[in-house]
Design a protein around this ligand. Sequence first.
Ligand code: ATP
Ligand code: MG
Length: 131
Amino acid sequence: SINMEEEFQQAEHALQTAGISFEYNNNVSLKMAPIIQNILGMSLRECVTNVIKHSHADKCEAALCEDRGTFCLIVQDNGTGLTKDNRNLGQFGNGLLGMKERLILIDGKLEWVSDPSKGTKVTVTVPNIKK
Ligand code: ATP
Ligand code: MG
């Protein structure tokens, strides 16, 4: 099963290998249900892969928070956001769609903001359920 702290360390390794600095804050001490850890872990992997593949960023930041029973994962980069080249693909591809579909299973949601001057920010929120 997936452990978020290990996922963050793998993300750090992958990003640093790609020459992208990574800072993360894991602020969750509550025990997360395994299904939530799995889905948030896969979400982190997909976001990081996208940062490496598409963003041209040199910096990426991530945070995992817990607020009144809701978990929140934020992954932000300082890259190009949607450029002219990838604007037509701005609809969700397989990666983001798959993330959305998995999140529906646990009442989670995905928000995606992309701006050429600020990069891309993905926010995943999931209510804490016991399964
Ligand atoms: P797949 O995930 O199926 O391998 P993909 O990465 O192209 O393919 P998505 O992950 O759904 O598909 O992303 C859709 C598109 O959004 C990407 O093709 C890319 O153009 C754009 N995109 C996604 N993340 C970023 C990012 N961090 N910076 C810039 N563009 C991005
Ligand atoms: Mg992808």
